[in-house]
Ligand binder design. Structure first.
Ligand SMILES: [Zn+2]
Length: 157
């Protein structure tokens, strides 16, 4: 019974992503990828200031605004664990397709293995593993959805 709940937990996250977030929020991933919005504070670039900064740091287009890049540099000096968090966050925002393969392939392999073992009457703990991987994947998906969406203009007071 506990295993069943564990394996069906991602459904809550999926429902959250596809019904609640899509209704209340709008995606700004296109703007991130084109370099129109800062992917940390989700604000439109002030091109006068931010383009100058990006040309100093040798970037093709600004991905972080002046304020966010300054904040990150400051907090990187103070708390080293935040550097890792930001690297993960940026990677999840821009390279999510690559991450998908790392999760989807193991889940399918484990499910296939589990099915084959069940046919031979062998009970294993494999559902805990692929349930966990599945849950982790949808957790990351939710995290990414939060960072790549913003409140719809009508909901901003
Ligand atoms: Zn910013």
């Amino acid at each position: 019974m506990l295993l069943l709940i564990w394996c069906y937990l991602p459904i809550i996250l999926i429902a959250w992503n596809f019904f609640l977030i899509k209704k209340k929020r709008t995606s700004i991933l296109y703007e991130f990828e084109r370099g129109w919005f800062c992917h940390s504070c989700k604000e439109e670039f002030d091109l006068e200031i931010d383009k100058k900064v990006s040309s100093i740091f040798g970037e093709k287009r600004p991905s972080l605004c002046l304020s966010c890049s300054r904040t990150r540099k400051f907090f990187n000096l103070k708390y080293s664990f935040l550097k890792f968090r930001w690297i993960v966050q940026d990677y999840i925002i821009f390279n999510f397709k690559k991450i998908t393969y790392f999760f989807v392939i193991p889940v399918f392999v484990l499910i296939a293995l589990h099915t084959i073992l069940l046919l031979f009457g062998v009970k294993t703990l494999l559902p805990w593993f692929y349930g966990g991987i599945n849950l982790l994947f949808w957790g990351l998906f939710t995290w990414r959805n939060y960072y790549t969406t913003t409140k719809k203009p009508s909901d901003i007071i």
